[in-house]
Structure formats: structure tokens, C-alpha cells
Design a protein around this ligand. Structure first.
Ligand SMILES: *[C@@H]1O[C@H](CO)[C@@H](O)[C@H](O)[C@H]1NC(C)=O
Length: 362
């Protein structure tokens, strides 16, 4: 906190936010990791020790290299750093190998690759206009956006607990969005839509593809949540859709972390992020109508009892043996309602509500 105050005082609040979340990621190093940890270890081993002609045929492990070529090259480059940590992780026969040096290397590689994500967030912040500048730093849209993106709950648990490399890939996406907003490179043929209209369409496409099953993984909701963050700090209507989408989407990630030691971590981080996002956006749009109606408030508050039932009551009932799938079923159905609702609202807003500032010129 002291470091934050000093950095904020010198106008360097962005570095403080980035550094703070990086330290949090380091604290998450010893937490549970999924089989994706072994998947990536195996890919490091394959790309490091075999000629390229065998990369896609090697099948000692059940986790064969089944990602597009760019990812294999990425693992190949990483493996040349990995060899200085522990050579044994690069042996294709060492199935399920996990020394403490391997763990450190793999966790740090995710944290390090997030540099691209941090840079992309920095570039996105430049695109947010400062008209609604409050007196307080923490009330500025740029500041709120930085927290919403850098401290995004979903990315934290999927990448830094569950173990995956989504951060730098989302970094590439955000960087592309930022470049479209920056006037110097802004292509002329996008003008009729305006970059904000473009961004809403992108978010809607991402959300639609999630809804209609192009993705098999619940983490794909982040593809809509992250670009939606940019819209949320600019318009009250978008903020309201964002909060419903994000809170529901993040809750739907809970079943990814099912181990007891991670239960308090995920609940605390989720509460922290949710309370921050709701309160900061409420403050930002305090002069406009309330962000939620009674039905939306009721729905979001319902996530609390749902969590209590699924993780604190259900395990002690006799249904645990007979219907072990019930908590997952309830969570999926409850979240599907919220996400469908957010999708519908976004769809309507794209259709009837032209992006601000562009209507008059046309
Ligand atoms: C590796 O771990 C997986 C999952 O924990 C397990 O199913 C598999 O049998 C293990 N393989 C070996 C060779 O230990």
C-alpha cells in the first residue's frame, strides 16, 4: 500500500497496479495446477528434444502436441530457457515430471509473458478519453479500466492457478483493439462504424460464439469480458451489461478450481474484483440512472446462496453420492441465464443504440 501511495503520488500509478498484480501472481505459484501443467511440460520436451518432423507424431504422453504451429514454436523458444532450470523436464519419457524448479519455471513463464498483456492494457488506456475526469485518481476511467483489465479475476485464476497461457494472447487482442482506436493508424474504411461500434460488434461476436457453442471451454467467456471492459468505463448502459456479464462469467469459472485449499482464495479474489468493479463503475456513473434494476440485483445477489449451497451445504447431504453432478448443473444453468440476458441486452444495444459521438457527424 505504501509503495502504491508513493508511486501514485508521482503519477506512476500504472506501474504500481502492474507490479502489485505481479506480486500477487508470485504468491499463487504454489497453488493447485490442472493437467495443463503437464500438457505444457510435455510440449516443451517434444519441441526441445525432437526434430520438427516428429513434433506432431510423438505420442508417448496422452497430451500430444495438438495446437497450431505458432504455439509449438513458442514452446520451442521457452524450452531454451527451461534447460537452465531443470533439464529433466525436457525429457519426453519423464511423464508427470514436476520438480520445484520445473514449477518455478513454468509459473514464471506465464507471469513473464504477461508483460505483453500489461503493455496492451497501457495502450488501451491511452484510447480512453479523459472528459469525465474526476478530481480523484481512482475515479478516472483510465484508472478503473487498468484495474479491471490488469486485475481481472478470470485471467488470474485460469492462468496463474489453473495454469494456461491466455494472458499474452489476450494481450495481442487488446493491442490490436488499441491500434484501431489510435488515430494515426486508424483505417479509413472503419469510419462509418466508428471504433466504438467496431468494439461492440467484436464483443457481441465473441459472446455469440461463446453462447452458440463454438468453444468448449468456460474460459472463452474472457474473450467477451476483456473487450467489454473498455466499453464499460465509457457509457453507463455498457457498464451495466459488463457487470452482469463479468460477475456471472467469472462465477461460472469457479468449478475449474475444485480443491479445498483454493476455495478461500477464489472466493476472496472474486469478491474483491466484483465489489471493486461494481463500486467503481457506480461512482463513475453516479449522475446517471442506477446500473441495475431490482431483477438484476436479485439475480446477482443469488450467486451468494448458490455458492453456499454448492460448496458448503451439498457436500454434507446424502445427494452427494447419488447426484454428484448437481452443483455443476445448478451453476451452469444459473450462469447461462445471466450470460444469455447480458448477450440479449448487448445485442439490443448494438441494434438500437448508436455509439456516442458518432451519430451527429453522420
Ligand atoms: C500422470 O498423471 C495422470 C493424471 O494425474 C495419470 O492419469 C497418469 O496415469 C499419470 N501417468 C504416469 C505415467 O504416472
Amino acid at each position: 500500500m505504501a509503495a502504491f501511495t508513493i508511486a501514485a503520488g508521482t503519477g506512476n500509478w500504472f506501474s504500481a497496479l502492474a507490479l502489485g498484480v505481479t506480486l500477487l501472481k508470485c504468491l499463487l505459484i504454489p497453488t493447485y495446477h490442472s493437467t495443463d501443467f503437464e500438457v505444457h511440460r510435455n510440449w516443451l520436451a517434444i519441441t526441445h528434444s525432437l526434430p520438427i518432423s516428429q513434433w506432431y507424431y510423438e505420442a508417448t504422453s496422452e497430451w500430444t502436441l495438438d495446437y497450431p504451429p505458432f504455439f509449438a514454436w513458442f514452446e520451442y523458444i521457452l524450452s531454451h530457457v527451461a534447460k537452465y532450470f531443470d533439464q529433466e523436464m525436457l525429457n519426453v519419457r519423464n511423464l508427470n515430471y514436476s520438480s520445484s524448479r520445473t514449477l518455478l519455471f513454468q509459473r514464471f513463464s506465464v507471469i513473464f509473458m504477461d508483460v505483453l498483456f500489461v503493455y496492451a492494457v497501457h495502450e488501451c488506456c491511452k484510447c480512453i478519453d479523459g472528459k469525465k475526469v474526476g478530481k480523484e485518481l481512482t475515479e478516472k476511467p483510465k484508472f478503473i479500466l487498468s484495474v479491471l483489465l490488469l486485475w481481472n479475476f478470470g485471467l488470474l485464476i485460469v492462468d496463474h492457478i489453473h495454469f494456461q497461457y491466455n494472458g499474452f494472447l489476450f494481450g495481442l487482442m487488446l493491442l490490436s483493439i488499441a491500434r484501431l482506436f489510435q488515430p494515426s493508424i486508424f483505417c479509413l474504411w472503419f469510419k462509418p462504424q466508428g471504433p466504438r461500434g467496431f468494439l461492440r460488434c467484436l464483443t457481441l461476436c465473441a459472446l455469440s460464439s461463446f453462447m452458440f457453442g463454438w468453444h468448449v471451454h468456460e474460459k472463452a467467456i474472457l474473450l467477451a469480458i476483456l473487450p467489454m471492459s473498455l466499453l464499460s468505463v465509457q457509457k453507463a448502459g455498457d457498464a451495466s451489461i459488463f457487470l452482469i456479464l463479468t460477475t456471472t462469467g467469472h462465477y461460472s469459472l469457479f468449478p475449474l478450481l475444485f480443491t479445498a485449499p483454493e476455495l478461500p482464495i477464489k472466493i476472496l479474489l472474486m469478491l474483491l474484483f466484483t465489489i471493486y468493479s461494481i463500486s467503481s463503475l457506480k461512482t463513475l456513473f453516479r449522475k446517471e440512472k442506477p446500473l441495475f434494476n431490482w431483477m438484476e440485483t436479485f439475480y446477482l445477489l443469488g450467486l451468494g446462496p448458490l455458492e453456499v449451497c454448492c460448496e458448503f451445504v451439498f457436500p454434507f447431504t446424502s445427494w452427494k453420492v447419488k447426484y454428484p453432478f448437481l452443483p455443476l448443473l445448478l451453476t451452469s444453468v444459473y450462469c447461462a441465464v445471466g450470460i444469455t440476458y447480458a448477450w440479449f441486452k448487448l445485442y439490443v444495444s448494438v441494434l438500437i443504440d448508436p455509439p456516442v459521438g458518432k451519430t451527429k457527424k453522420q
